[in-house]
Write a protein that binds this ligand. Sequence first.
Ligand code: IPE
Ligand code: IPE
Ligand code: MG
Length: 242
Amino acid sequence: MLDREKIPAHIAIIMDGNGRWAKAKGVPRVAGHNAGMMAMKEIVKASSQLGVKYLTVYAFSTENWKRSAEEVGGIFKLVVKYVNSELAELHENNVRVKILGDYTQVPKAAVDSLEKSLETTKDNTGLQFNIALNYGSRAEIVRAVNLIEKDRKTGVLDPDMEITEELISRYLYTGVENGNIPDPDLIIRTSGEERLSNFLLWQSAYSEFGFTDVLWPDFTPAEFERMIEAYQNRERRFGGRK
Ligand code: IPE
Ligand code: IPE
Ligand code: MG
């Protein structure tokens, strides 16, 4: 049974398998992404209801630009569609939307609707829903180092200040600019693939992993709860001894 008193504070999901789902159905890849978006809607709602504090989804990686213009364009059209159809309900449910990644580089219509969602929900105090979009963890770390360097040169930081883990964490997308998101307790990846694909490399140092063969469009709140339950049965030691 799921222990509702021990819901992980931060769950991150690599939503994978939309393409294979579409292939199996004989429909275009973008139809797979559309089905994936519907699955995501349900997981956001379930997270709110379960009392998850932070849900982070990997929606588009810095490497996903390698895909066809048709697929990439279709994904960003879906971002606009998602925000337009869901923003009112997200806001009603007190969800705070944040974007991790350089989202200013995505098509303008998507940037506009994302900014609207950030602005509308910024003071909400329920679930924080982080969308990793044009996100890559190596780019994130390089960016943090460059920002630190800049702040040392301009005096925002003391130039003699020692660089610490805490300082680097603060300059990541998950740092100060998005409310100092705690490291993910549980990282889920669907579709049977078992790798990070440049997601949260720094933040996942002590995360638990949950893998399932279910393709993302078929992922349901029931499967989500099963994976949380499996997580609850693990012992986290963080290098120490129990
Ligand atoms: C994940 O599904 C969604 C994105 C990467 C945008 P995929 O599109 O990677 O699906 P598969 O891996 O080809 O099945
Ligand atoms: C990771 O999935 C990125 C997202 C889910 C957005 P990919 O399908 O792009 O990853 P690889 O290429 O299989 O590692
Ligand atoms: Mg994939």
